[in-house]
Design a protein around this ligand. Structure first.
Ligand code: FAD
Ligand code: SF4
Ligand code: SF4
Ligand code: SF4
Ligand code: SF4
Ligand code: SF4
Ligand code: SF4
Length: 707
């Protein structure tokens, strides 16, 4: 299969001199790329390895024709193909050829670099070359998969892709990753069940962990739930001990009522500024530090009793009041009151009732704290879609239409009704309850969410069970499109609810109208199984509302340089191979901030993220990809324009031999290329994406084999 070819390099020597040359002097010998001319087109010996990917690639193009063509590309010294290039034997083919053919560079024509660039870099290194003398031609995702019915077209496109990759590989240089020390500390943002689990795992692994939560207490949505499917455990019973563990863990520094304000730095050395919002109440430890004997808040609640300002309690989804000085529920961690300064009238009654404990400071201001961490985990969770946008279901218009989260609080023993499910309009016990599934999910109208919210089928089954159990004679009617009971013991739970008497109607609810006299609701739908319209009168409607990312997620993710999907869910580095990582090294994802997940999946993802985040910390040192910018000082006019353009503050002007020149902080540079594309003097050299390399690729594309 393997064939050696006569290089046609002589015929196609580079036509023009490029004015871009690598920096002559480098700060450290190890990082210095050789001048770009050191691997000239004449000297380069490139090996091309074409992957079949089973039939993924080979089924859509003529591999022998691509191979024959590759032999004619200038600088190509060796061409081979293999069924699965990423397999051990496939990598062995590359290894062997590097040694036997004295290759100076490697091109693998296969899938996306996102999937296997690291694999082939390792193979290149094992063959004895610098791992950055490797280039990938994507002939799968960008070719065979999209042109599977055009054999001829995809064959030609593969030839182009390989020719372009060879042009770059011919000019690649040795590069050396930079090693940086990793701070022995981590940060977790968001303290729902995901953030708490991740923080506990990190802390138990001996890592100092800062847990930042924007609300006054940890716990997140799970603390609002009554029971959890499919085991029907009491949510608070399993969550509260974990909350207490988090509050007590010596390695966890809990920062509630706080937000991340700024992030600087890179993996190993993130400098994070946290805004601690003015809480107006100090802890007992703070009291002690201020020399107040027996001072600080002990959670006695005297202040709450006297406070005259009443506001809706967010934890109870507005169905119960709270005061301007408050805790949202009795199990809060930390047990520390908070003043809502947006509604406080500063009457001072709370200060008087607090007395000698002197825990209240009505003049408190936001404080900013700086910490250094090696890695960070985002676990910012989710919010409920404002389902009132779907006006056809009458939420916020009809009193007896509630959301599932409101249902959780209404059925919960610690909720606003002490666990008695009632109709909000008259306090009566309902006899017929309609559950509207996919309320705002799987909705392509532009007025909802196109995705499945993943846990609402299951919690609606749980709700149906709860009313059958609690209210004898009450019948739950579930209007559904499909029941998605995909988890362990979930399908069995679905059958159980059917056996218990839950009624299932397959069809999307078109409209809900209230009978003004009785406040009953008419639910209109099409029963798509019996093929007939439905008009059902019920006492109460529960909307299984879609979920969406938390409001502040966008701001927070930008601080950490994390991408998001079109729907705003945070984006993992790779959905299959790196589901907890992000494209920012050292930043990981846990829980629903990444996309809807039930509690078991949330906890599993949190454990994965904690494990991934602890690896660099335990190693103590990480290597940064050497894709940073470099300054060709002779060309730099010291204009400083690039300094302001760099989004990562990696550039500065420094004084050298009586003039100003630009200097790069390599560890901060993300290799985005903004400065390189801008510099009017061509003074910036982008490692691995240098102008001559890119120009060679453009030439190879535009001029074909005639370059
Ligand atoms: P969250 O619980 O949302 O926690 C995120 C935390 O991050 C919050 O405390 C939030 O205040 C904080 N935060 C957000 N943004 C920031 C920021 N920028 N800075 C700092 N902190 C921030 N699952 C089951 O398995 N079984 C069930 O029975 C079940 N029932 C459910 C019933 C309903 C009505 C709903 C809506 C969900 C239900 N779920 C159930 C799903 C379950 O709630 C989630 O799987 C779980 O809560 C996800 O946890 P999380 O930590 O990822 O997110
Ligand atoms: Fe498939 Fe990529 Fe592996 Fe080739 S290298 S077999 S294209 S996954
Ligand atoms: Fe805390 Fe003082 Fe209020 Fe008691 S009265 S809960 S100690 S702030
Ligand atoms: Fe309530 Fe503010 Fe008056 Fe205190 S000062 S009692 S928090 S309104
Ligand atoms: Fe609809 Fe069920 Fe998906 Fe929720 S989980 S969006 S109810 S299909
Ligand atoms: Fe130097 Fe170019 Fe930056 Fe100006 S833009 S300071 S010339 S590197
Ligand atoms: Fe900043 Fe230039 Fe590096 Fe981009 S490539 S991060 S602009 S120094």
């Amino acid at each position: 299969m393997a064939e050696k070819k006569k290089t046609t390099a002589k015929k196609t020597e580079a036509k023009k001199e490029t004015k871009h040359e690598a920096p002559a002097k480098q700060e450290t010998k190890k990082q210095a790329p050789a001048p770009v001319g050191s691997t000239t087109k004449q000297e380069a010996r490139i090996g091309v390895f074409i992957c079949h990917c089973g039939t993924n690639i080979a089924g859509s193009m003529d591999i022998p024709a691509v191979q024959e063509y590759a032999k004619t590309i200038p600088n190509v010294a060796y061409v081979d193909n293999y069924k699965y290039m990423c397999s051990m034997p496939g990598q062995g083919v590359i290894n062997k050829a590097i040694k036997e053919q004295k290759l100076t560079g490697v091109v693998v024509a296969a899938c996306s670099p996102r999937l296997h660039e690291p694999t082939f870099r390792t193979a290149t290194k094992e063959g004895g070359l610098n791992p950055f003398r490797f280039e990938m031609a994507n002939i799968r995702e960008q070719n065979s998969w999209v042109h599977m019915h055009d054999q001829e077209g995809s064959t030609e496109k593969a030839k182009d892709a390989i020719r372009i990759a060879v042009a770059k590989a011919s000019l690649l240089q040795d590069l050396f990753p930079k090693a940086v020390q990793v701070e022995h500390a981590a940060m977790v943002v968001g303290a729902g069940v995901a953030g708490m689990q991740a923080a506990l795992d990190l802390a138990n692994a001996g890592i100092k962990t800062y847990l930042v939560e924007s609300t006054p207490s940890i716990g997140g949505r799970m603390s609002q739930l009554d029971k959890t499917f499919p085991t029907l455990d009491c949510s608070q019973c399993i969550l509260t001990p974990k909350m207490v563990d988090v509050g007590r863990a010596p390695n966890i520094e809990l920062m509630t009522y706080s937000e991340v304000d700024a992030v600087e730095g890179y993996i190993g050395n993130f400098d994070v500024t946290i805004r601690k919002k003015a809480r107006g109440v100090i802890t007992m430890a703070e009291g002690e530090a201020r020399g107040i004997v027996g001072g600080g808040c002990n959670g006695c609640g005297d202040c709450e009793v006297v406070c005259p300002v009443v506001k809706p309690n967010e934890f109870e989804v507005g169905m119960k009041p709270r005061k301007a000085i408050y805790i949202n529920h009795p199990q809060v961690v930390p047990l520390l009151y908070t003043i809502d300064f947006n509604s406080c009238i500063k009457c001072g009654l709370c200060v008087t009732s607090c007395g000698e404990k002197k825990a209240i400071d009505l003049e408190a201001k936001d404080e900013f704290v700086k910490v250094k961490v090696g890695t960070a985990i985002l676990a910012t969770g989710f919010d409920i879609f404002p389902v009132e946008k779907k006006t056809e279901w009458g939420y916020k218009k009809y009193e007896n239409v509630v959301t599932s989260l409101e249902f959780e609080r209404l059925i919960c023993a610690s909720g606003p009704t002490g666990g008695h499910l009632i109709r909000p309009s008259d306090g009566e016990t309902p006899k017929k309850v309609a559950f509207v599934l996919c309320a705002g999910s799987r909705d392509n109208t532009g007025n909802g969410k196109p995705y499945c919210s993943r846990f609402c089928c299951m919690y609606s089954l749980k709700h149906a069970h709860q009313i059958i159990e609690k209210i004898p004679g009450c019948i739950p009617y579930l209007f559904y499109m499909d029941i998605r009971s995909f988890g362990k013991m979930y399908e069995e739970f679905y059958y159980r609810i059917q056996d218990e008497g839950g009624k299932f109607i397959r069809g999307r609810v078109a409209n809900i109208l209230e009978d003004p006299a009785t406040k009953n609701l008419h639910v209109y739908a099409d029963d798509t199984l019996l093929n007939r319209p439905v008009d059902m009168e019920v006492d109460l409607v529960v909307l299984a509302a879609a979920v969406q990312p938390m409001e502040d997620t966008n701001r927070t993710r930008k601080l950490f340089g994390v991408s998001c999907s079109m729907d705003g869910w945070l984006l993992e580095a790779h959905p299959k191979l790196n589901p907890c990582g992000t494209t920012t090294a050292g930043v990981f994802l846990a829980g629903v901030c990444q996309g809807p997940k039930d509690i078991p999946d949330t906890v599993a993802s949190a454990e994965g993220a904690a494990s991934a985040a602890s690896i660099p910390i335990h190693k103590g040192e990480v290597e940064l990809e050497p894709y940073f910018a470099m300054c060709i000082e002779e060309r730099c006019a010291g204009c400083g324009m690039c300094v302001n353009l760099c989004p990562f503050s990696a550039l500065a002007l420094v004084e050298k031999e009586g003039r100003k020149v630009m200097q790069v902080t390599e560890a901060k540079c993300k290799g985005c290329g903004t400065c390189g594309g801008f510099c009017p003097g061509g003074a910036i050299w982008m490692n691995h994406f240098a102008t001559p390399q890119i120009v060679a690729q453009i030439d190879a594309f535009l001029l074909g084999g005639e370059q």
